[in-house]
Design a protein around this ligand. Sequence first.
Ligand code: SF4
Length: 316
Amino acid sequence: MATNSKIEWTTHTFNPWIGCTEVSPGCAHCYARDMMERRYHRVQWGMGQPRSRTTADYWKQPARWQRQAQANGQRERVFCASLADWLDDEVPIDWLADLLTLVAATPHLDWLLLTKRIEHWSDRLQSVSRLTHDGAAIASTWLEGNAPVNVWLGTTVEGQQQAHDRIPMLLEIPTTLRFLSCEPLLEAINILQYLPTVTDAKGTCGLEPNRLHWIICGGESGKEARTFDLQWARSLREQCQAAGMAFFFKQTGAYAIDSSQLHPVQRSLQDPKGGNITALPEALQVREMPLPLLQSAPVGHSRNQKYVPLLIKEVL
Ligand code: SF4
């Protein structure tokens, strides 16, 4: 499958705009700010600074991916806003309306909408719903409980506090599939209370309402990377296994330790982010994906059905 993203768990990356404000400890060494503000001087980061919309030409890319996915008969994933936050409330509201319209117009793409501002979901969509814009109907329908079927909704959880603050809000929002990005993970976290229960012996879990389905885990990269302990990842993986849900280990980051071994994890100069997971202990060589809903739905089933079997697909 053609891909334009270096991120292992997505096919494409799309940035509707660039710029943001730090909101929590996971933002401390924001690579997007480092690149777009300090290196390229493209946009100023922070509160009160205007966000920079990407070009009209760039916005046409998802329609091309959509045609390609449709022609290939395959769904493709789009990670939205690696250089911004799609629920940033300093973004002009019509830009968000345009984004929702684009998502609805590309049904062969699964849009991974990840945010550190999950608490803004309702206010932002209500603002869109009041506009005279095609996106208004999409926002209203979602607010009424019918999420766009090609949206996977995620929130970042870098520590226990963010788990308790953000996961309950994520669980309240209607969506096809919910995921967590635990990257950069900054401490051990326990999320068992938010995980689904295993539904059969093969480790199959279901798209039950108000449940999580997928977890991405990784350490921090860059010069100032904070410590990442492989034991935190083992614990998270065990929690996912116990719940029969998908776990994706992305990278160790630049400074990993393994407290079970009492020595730093060796880092290769060719692999500064620690993304070569074949070099890791076997228990962490895990890159599972949830099977896309629309592929897994048996022929004839409604797109809006509330429960569709969700298989775990090994991709490593
Ligand atoms: S939310 Fe994301 S893009 Fe925004 S400052 Fe934090 S890490 Fe950077």
